[in-house]
Design a protein around this ligand. Sequence first.
Ligand code: ADP
Ligand code: ZN
Length: 436
Amino acid sequence: MIDGVDKTGTFYEQMPRNELESFQSKALIRTVARAAQSQYYSNKFKENGLDVNDIKSRDDIVKLPFTTKEDLRLSYPTGMLAVSPMEVVRMHTSSGTTGKPTAIFHSQEDIDNWSELMARCLAMAGATANDVFQNMTGYGLFTGGLGLHYGAERLGMWVIPAGAGNTTRQIMLIRDFGVNVIHATPSYAMHVAERMVQDGDDPRSLGIKIAVLGAEPYSEEMRLKLQDLYGFTAFNSYGLSEMNGPGVGFECPYQNGMHVWEDSYLVEVINPETLQPVAEGEVGELVLTTLRRKAMPIIRYRTRDLTRVLPDECPCSRKHIRLARMLGRSDDMLIVRGVNVFPSQIEEVIMQHSWIGGNYVIYLTRKESLDQMVVKVEIAPGAFDGSIDTLRYRRTELQHQLKDQVGFNVGVEVMEPGSLPVSEGKAKRVIDERGV
Ligand code: ADP
Ligand code: ZN
């Protein structure tokens, strides 16, 4: 409670498990009834011979059809709108990382709920109305900007809508206004830190206390490196525009996986091939159903993100389940010489070395019908001691470690700091020139 008003949905946040589940059952029934108002779901339910009255509890979720990104694209622009256009107050789209973006609509109530979730996440991380928050991600159609912005305002924070890029200005604003909470993609946060180090400055001198880092996959090693550089505590933040955007999954101060706000999302983890639920705690594709959204409810959305539900209750006493750090999207998986590799596996190895910077690219080519993988890394600013022999030794050591990780030879190219392209939003980690 803040000022006597439940701005962060504490009521939901503290629900005992049994109440949470019975709330979900009621919310699912309402969601299905609302969805049936859209052209898309009304047709889909008819095709599947589904009577909405058959949905009586959360366990009936399995009777409902899945929704895919393709379904959203096919119903573009407004086929999934479940209310009169009069009720829509905002739309967003996905970033379009994997093709044509999808459009998502929000009513005023939806924006209020989303802001409540975001405020809840920030409060859980320890942010308060006394803190100054700088939002360092893109605004506009991308959900990370306005999503965090509204949440931080709801919490009563002093908000600086810096947007992405313009690193010099970002640093100036942080200093001049005593910013102590930031939101950025991990790759951009890394870039800012390295720029400072390169300029002989220390990111710790900024005094940032809390960093909300998300919108793209990153490894635990990357988190540790960033925490070490800045001296802040970094909270993993997961979301996708189809489910509003950020505010779906967020870490508590135990930093042991992301709590999913189950008052707003029903979670399933399935085997993407059989579409059946995986065994408890196994890795699979995350499937989410909106439980509180009005303008555009989405049922059993196949996120393509791979993760698992963590066992055991969190010591923080919240009963909302926790998800492990995302392994990546199923379509991020590279098949190299028949071996399945996720960029995050490569990142895990790279980030263990303090002499390597935080930016990297995985470069794939094909030579005489054999796949070649070269990992391009940068020397960390200030880490080169002038000895080429040391550098050679380090490169060979890294090559061995990468081979141990993936099982085939991986080339390593070591570059000067600042050589690789910088991303202000989601980093592009893979360049695949193998053709089809
Ligand atoms: P697009 O799907 O076009 O990239 P979005 O901006 O909606 O557009 O991105 C959502 C996706 O970003 C998620 O499905 C997931 O793959 C990725 N993502 C977001 N947050 C995280 C995170 N904390 N860890 C890993 N991946 C994330
Ligand atoms: Zn917790």
